[in-house]
Structures are given as C-alpha cells and as structure tokens.
Design a protein around this ligand. Structure first.
Ligand code: SF4
Ligand code: SF4
Length: 169
C-alpha cells in the first residue's frame, strides 16, 4: 500500500511539473513568423547569400587571393583577378577581383569561404529568396553581392579594360 501511495504522489508531481512548463510557455510571446506577409527575423549568425565588403575608404576588401575558392568544398566560387594601378585602384591590395561569381545551385552555405578570407571581404548576409526554375539565374556576380559605395567616394569604380592577371577555377 505505501508503494501505491508513493507511486500516485510521484505521478501527480510529474503531471504538476509538466503543466507548470505548459503554463509558463503559454505566457511567453508568440514566435510564429508571418512570412511571406512580413519579413522573417533572422539570428545574426544566419548564413544567407554572401556579401562582398568594402573598407572604410570604399575600396573593395577582396584582394583576389583565391583562398575562399580553394576552401570551398563544392568549387562554386569563380574568380578572375586583375592588377590595381595608380590610375585605377579598386581594392587596397595589389590585385582585386575583376570577376567574382558564386553559383548558388551548388553552394551549401557552409561558411568555409568566410572563414578562409584573410581580409573579411566575404561575409554571409541574410538573403535567402533565391529559388529559381532556371539554374543559370543562380550564378550571382560580384556586382549583385558587393555592398554599395559609401556616399562621397570618388575613386574609379569600373576597371575597363583590364588585364587579367590570373584565372580562377
Ligand atoms: S558557403 Fe561553402 S559552399 Fe558556399 S561558396 Fe562558401 S565555401 Fe563554397
Ligand atoms: S573574398 Fe577573401 S579569400 Fe576570397 S579572393 Fe577575396 S580576399 Fe581572397
């Protein structure tokens, strides 16, 4: 008989504990997202479409070192490098990425490219609406990933024509 009583008391305590969690959660704000009627909220660490960054002077941070392409496990980064000159400076280093493409039909958003970059030139943004029936539209070019120029920047933006220094893979 004492065993039965303690079993009943134990079950009642477990139910009370479970209901306590339920009532506590009922008091919390609703976390349901209204997407697509409202923009979704992202954690800061969310890995979306990449962003190519500029430095404080507006120069492109990418110096075309190819380390991101080498780190990419699915080889979806394509870079062509070109030399900066006195008349035409695009990045702060010797070279800049004349072409920088990412093929999002292959990218697995692993973040290895971001970790490999020595200049913090490539980061993950929060863009995610990239679904398409046409895979050719999933090749994003530098122009669509590069952050806009800061107001007042006055250095040349376009490198045309340029001498290609090296090809990517
Ligand atoms: S996130 Fe991963 S798969 Fe995508 S480009 Fe970077 S290294 Fe490649
Ligand atoms: S994004 Fe970074 S790692 Fe990739 S080529 Fe440019 S500087 Fe090098």
């Amino acid at each position: 008989m004492p065993g039965k009583i303690s079993e009943v008391l134990g079950s009642a305590a477990a139910i009370a504990k479970g209901m306590g969690v339920t009532f506590k959660e009922m008091m919390q704000p609703t976390l349901t997202e209204d997407y697509p009627d409202a923009p979704p909220n992202f954690q800061e660490r969310y890995r979306g479409v990449h962003v190519l960054q500029r430095d404080e002077n507006g120069l492109e941070k990418c110096v075309a070192c190819f380390l991101c392409a080498a780190a990419c496990p699915v080889e979806c980064i394509y870079i062509e490098a070109a030399e900066n000159t006195d008349k035409l400076r695009i990045s702060g280093g010797e070279r800049y990425a004349h072409i920088y493409n990412i093929d999002y039909s292959r990218c697995i958003f692993c973040g290895y490219c971001v970790e490999a970059c020595p200049t913090d030139a490539i980061t993950h943004g929060h863009g995610f609406e990239i679904a398409s029936y046409n895979t050719s539209t999933l090749i994003y070019r530098k122009e669509s990933m590069l952050v806009p120029l800061p107001a007042g920047a006055n250095f040349p933006l376009k490198a045309e024509p340029v001498a290609h220094a090296e090809g990517g893979h």
